[in-house]
Design a protein around this ligand. Structure first.
Ligand SMILES: [Zn+2]
Length: 245
């Protein structure tokens, strides 16, 4: 028995259990059966509790997700590029991987993540069993998702700071897109208001086919999902019309 004798700060009982996050592995289920760990759900971000008291259910701790592993551009690209379609049909350009760690191409994440859900359910019309399943379906459809910058800009910055990082990152984004699709054959759809406004005109000027054509697409966070769906379907309809013309 190697369980740490952790004491609950609220009721004083010993034997609190560590909370395991993420999509549980068979080993984790066995550890739960043995009473060594409790499951905290598959969504995980900084600040979540690390321990749960078996006596009073009190949870405490301050989980640091973003410390492990190092989340730099190479890290994100290594996850992303596992799901690169053989033939690129459509590239979505989003803002940046979230500071929370819920990166679109992280297969250990949760199917309830906003962007993942929007891309699989709303765009593909596919109900994924888990993230890996949904990411493979996304790949099979020829769809790919890149970020305008791989610096996390969604926390702790003003809008102006964030926009200037996106703008400064433009040359690297263009290089990334040309590396994926040298002939610029696959059309792009930009997601998130500032990304649409800052990058839309630049990409179009530089020879990319931006399906938005000025249409802003909101990020599909809580409250915006409906708008995301209608904005996207307008773009898809227009794209289909223009490819038939
Ligand atoms: Zn307790």
């Amino acid at each position: 028995m190697n369980r740490r004798r952790k004491r609950c700060p609220k009721c004083g009982q010993l034997g609190a259990l560590p909370i395991a996050y993420g999509y549980p592995s068979p080993e984790q289920y066995e550890a739960v059966e043995r009473g060594e760990v409790v499951l905290g759900g598959c969504c995980v971000w900084d600040g979540m509790p690390e321990w749960r008291c078996q006596g009073c259910d009190h949870e405490w701790g301050n989980l640091r997700v973003s410390d492990q592993p190092k989340r730099d551009r190479d890290y994100y690209l290594s996850l992303r590029n596992q799901y690169k379609p053989v033939t690129l049909k459509l590239i979505f350009v989003c803002e940046s991987p979230p500071a929370s760690g819920k990166y679109f191409y992280d297969k250990t994440g949760c199917i309830a993540e906003h962007l993942f859900r929007a891309m699989t359910r709303d765009i593909l019309g596919y109900d994924a069993r888990d993230k890996e399943d949904g990411l493979r379906a996304f790949q099979a459809a020829g769809y790919f998702l890149v970020d305008a910058t791989y610096a996390q800009v969604d926390k702790g910055l003003t809008e102006a700071e964030r926009d200037s990082i996106i703008l400064r990152g433009y040359p690297q984004l263009e290089e990334d897109l040309l590396g994926l699709d040298p002939q610029r054959r696959a059309p792009l759809i930009l997601v998130k208001k500032n990304v649409c406004e800052i990058l839309g005109p630049r990409l179009a000027t530089n020879g990319f086919r931006v399906l938005n054509e000025g249409q802003v697409v909101y990020y599909p966070s809580t409250g915006n999902q409906k708008k995301f769906r209608s904005q996207m379907s307008a773009i898809f309809l227009k794209g289909i019309e223009s490819s038939q013309a």
